[in-house]
Design a protein around this ligand. Sequence first.
Ligand code: PLP
Length: 400
Amino acid sequence: MPPIPIVKAKGTLLFSEDGQEYIDAISSWWVTLHGHAHPYIAEQLYRQAQTLEQVIFAGFTHEPAVSLAEKLLPLLPGNMARIFYSDNGSTSTEVALKMAIQFWWNKGATKRNKIVAFNNSYHGDTFGAMSVSDRSVFTLAFTDKLFEVIFIDTPATDNIQELIKTIEQEASTIAAFIYEPLVQGAGGLKMYEPLLLDQLLKTMKAHNIVCIADEVMTGFGRTGKLFAGEYLSEKPDIICLSKGLTGGTMALGVTACNQKIYDAYLSDDKLKTFFHGHSFTANPLACTAALASLHLLLQNETKQSIARITRLNKIFSEELMQLKGIKNLRQLGTILAFEISSGKDEYLNNISATITSKMLKKGVYLRPLGNTVYLMPPYCITDLEYEKVKIALLETLENI
Ligand SMILES: Cc1ncc(COP(=O)(O)O)c(C=O)c1O
């Protein structure tokens, strides 16, 4: 199917060149929170663009970057102390991995350099991020260029003891553990239990393993709470954010760390510097968009919308449960996912393209991951629009 030229977007709607409109039921790859072309974010961006559009972020600083850090830090799970800016989700995880590895290097513990990650994980498309992501069609061509990682299953009641044992055995060589808390995004919106993750994190922390929460997808209300980490008692040392950070308006990445990590870099020894920076690090426009999005996110109205979508998802889940041919129905906050039981459980499964095309004809944009169908709408979706998505999906499921 050739790409569809989109000329305009407003709220949940995408408008194409040929006059069609589509409800963006997956928030344009999970980034759009408050709706497309939001007037408040646009206004703030316009004002900032006339004031300061970009400045090198080495030796200089600016108000949007400082203000964003000050507003974001107290909202994050754990005692986050510092913010490091980059450009997107992949760079936020890349930065986190480098930060954790150099943390041990700066302490002279160079043997603590292994990373633990989950099977089925996805942390981005750059080389470090690919290395800690499950080996899949995304990484196939690069297998021998990726660094070695200890991959473990996500915790379940029947494997938690075994996982804890593996970590305890390898602990002295492990630098960090990276995880998508509670929902594995690109791996197929797979969900797992907070209590079990807490047990695993507790073991990691007992061995001083640096815990990196990749909240690139789960952050900013997606799971029903501001951050998925709020469902957990054990807090991370480092958090990665992007996607909804700017409400989906501009590309921006954040890697936040606690004081313990930061302190390992405080030294007169120049070799202990964290040598990482991008041309557009802390771009003032992107930081302004993030500030505007955060302002909207913290409004009662937005919190109510997140709760409303959660309720709509619950009702829809009950209806879907009555259908034959779907399995592993799961829901957390604004995310609803299930698998179609016929066909192969893989990303290249043709069923995805079939569903996308049938749904587009009904005015809804969905993009299943292989045979995993999911909804993740912007928070501004109306009850009526949600109903339209629901009817379109039920009709489509009936016909495949
Ligand atoms: C959990 C997670 N981490 C990292 C990334 C990479 O983000 P980006 O596409 O902005 O590089 C994604 C993207 O889907 C993600 O879901």
